[in-house]
Design a protein around this ligand. Structure first.
Ligand SMILES: [Zn+2]
Length: 72
């Protein structure tokens, strides 16, 4: 099994499960979602919860260039 160097581990919140869930996201997909959602107002993007399979998953947007990479 290869190292998951292209995964980013994030602490997400599911409003349906009402708890924090750590999840590993594909870094390239995550970056793309962040870029698509980018605005001054947006601090998080929604996704599908791995636990309850609903779209109540709130994924924080991390703008740190060192951890996520360039957002251009
Ligand atoms: Zn959930």
């Amino acid at each position: 099994m290869r190292t998951d160097y292209d995964k980013v581990a994030l602490e997400c919140f599911c409003s349906n499960c009402d708890r924090l869930i750590y999840t590993g996201l594909d870094l390239r997909g995550y970056r793309r979602s962040v870029v698509n959602s980018y605005s001054e107002q947006v601090r998080a993007i929604s996704g599908k919860c791995p636990e309850c399979k609903t779209d109540s998953f709130i994924i924080p947007i991390v703008y740190s260039k060192s951890s996520v990479g360039r957002v251009t």
